[in-house]
Structures are given as C-alpha cells and as structure tokens.
Design a binder for this molecule. Structure first.
Ligand SMILES: [Zn+2]
Ligand SMILES: [Zn+2]
Length: 109
C-alpha cells in the first residue's frame, strides 16, 4: 500500500522511514507506467499528493542519510497531475496507533 505520511521525517521509525521512501519510488513508477487508476485510488484515500512526491522523497533521503542509510536511488519527477491532498494531523494519530516505535518518537518531541 502506498502512503505518504508527510509528517516530520524525524517522527518515523526506521521501518516507516524506509517504507515511505520506497513508496515514493513506487508511486512515481505507477505514474510513469500510466497506471493512473491506481494513482487515483491512492488519491481518493488521501494517501498521495502527487505534487509533493519529489520534494518528499528529498526530505526522506535527508533523514535516511542522517541515520546512516545509503541512498542510491535519485528520484527525478516533474508533476503534471497535481492530484491529492493529505491530512498530516490524522496521519500522525494513525502512526501513533499502529506503530509503537513511531509513537515513542512522536511523544519524545
Ligand atoms: Zn530514493
Ligand atoms: Zn513506525
């Protein structure tokens, strides 16, 4: 499942950080392959904002590098779809519910 959490990357545990990063590549892959129905499905569920994919990828990579992960997958994407919107506050609550590691990171701050 593709999902842009779009919360401060410092709040994400390693697993969610790496997961969201991978999903940015997958989503751009879907768009480039022309699978727009899949993309629109994510948009309907408020999981993706296509205009933020490249920027978000950059933020996640920065945090990955801070944590010592190697990054060898540049993402070149220029958005022409401008689809989707994301409720960051709701995502923060959702992360706290579903992931103990993320919750600890969120509550530490
Ligand atoms: Zn990447
Ligand atoms: Zn997590």
């Amino acid at each position: 499942m593709t999902r842009m959490w779009l919360v401060d990357p410092e709040f994400l545990c390693d697993q969610h950080l790496l997961g969201e990063h991978k999903e940015m590549h997958q989503e751009v892959g879907q768009i480039e392959a022309g699978n727009l129905e899949t993309v629109k499905g994510h948009v309907r569920e408020a999981q993706v904002d296509t205009s933020l994919l490249e920027q978000r990828h950059g933020e996640l990579v920065e945090e990955m590098e801070n944590r010592g992960f190697n990054h060898k997958s540049p993402l070149d994407y220029e958005d022409e779809l401008e689809l989707g919107s994301i409720d960051t506050e709701a995502n923060l609550e959702d992360l706290k519910q579903r992931c103990e590691d993320c919750r600890e990171r969120i509550e530490e701050r």
